[in-house]
Design a protein around this ligand. Structure first.
Ligand code: ADP
Length: 223
């Protein structure tokens, strides 16, 4: 069965961490608009410089730009003969992106199976994001408090250096949370009204969050 899921939640709710954990099990691919945008920044392009400004201010990048990047990445991934579904991590973030996603999925003959909303308080995400570290090479995410690497500053998987994101500064984190509440949280009711919303409490350690998400996915697969 092909499974297309959205992980919805504020920055630092654990969307990426949980996605990494469940992907292999269900042979899904992850599409992270944040990663796509950071790759553009890393390329050193003029566009990348503009993106960095917007992202470091805790604001959202324009819907058209993000949707275009997502369409390109998703089309490539979905054309793989082994394609078994996707986890959208960080997209959609506005009502307009949600509508664009519907069209994009229609265009590649796919449908959305479920939206998993990871509820998290501002207090817990601010704490988490300030201790978040990412592998420079493979982008695997660690947390020095709850999910530390085996040796400090080094990725367990490929020995890459662990770096901190520019937008994980306290002022930016707080602004990103507020942006989520203002622009993205209306999607919770939107997907609820479509009958595909599942939610759980994400204010728990990563292992428990992963368990809760797996439990929901098992239910969805059975339905
Ligand atoms: P987080 O979920 O922790 O904020 P992301 O990596 O998903 O991390 O996003 C980082 C930043 O990239 C966001 O604060 C925003 O500026 C930009 N961004 C990512 N996805 C989108 C999107 N779908 N629409 C607009 N901006 C986005």
């Amino acid at each position: 069965m092909v499974l297309n899921l959205i992980f919805l939640g504020p920055p630092g709710a654990g969307k990426g961490t949980v996605a990494q954990a469940v992907m292999d099990k269900y042979k899904l691919v992850q599409v992270s608009t944040g990663d796509l945008l950071r790759a553009e920044i890393a390329s050193g392009s003029e566009l990348g410089k503009k993106l960095a400004e917007v992202m470091n201010a805790g604001q959202l990048v324009s819907d058209d730009l993000v949707s275009e990047m997502l369409l390109k990445d998703l089309t490539k991934k979905a054309s793989n003969p082994d394609f078994n579904g996707v986890i959208f991590d960080g997209f959609p973030r506005t009502q307009s992106q949600a509508s664009m996603l519907e069209n994009i999925l229609l265009g590649i003959n796919q449908k959305l199976n479920a939206v998993i909303y990871i509820e998290s308080s501002k207090e817990s995400v601010v704490k988490r994001l300030s201790s978040r570290w990412t592998c420079e090479k493979c982008k695997k995410v660690y947390n020095t408090v709850s999910l530390p690497p085996k040796s400090e500053g080094i990725c367990d998987d490929d020995g890459g250096n662990l770096i901190q994101r520019d937008d994980d500064k306290p002022e930016t984190i707080s602004k990103r949370y507020d942006t989520f509440i203002e622009k993205t949280s209306p999607l919770i009711d939107y997907y609820k009204s479509k009958g595909i919303l599942y939610k759980y409490d994400g204010n728990v350690p990563p292992v428990d969050s992963i368990k809760a998400a797996e439990e929901i996915i098992r239910r969805i697969v059975k339905e």
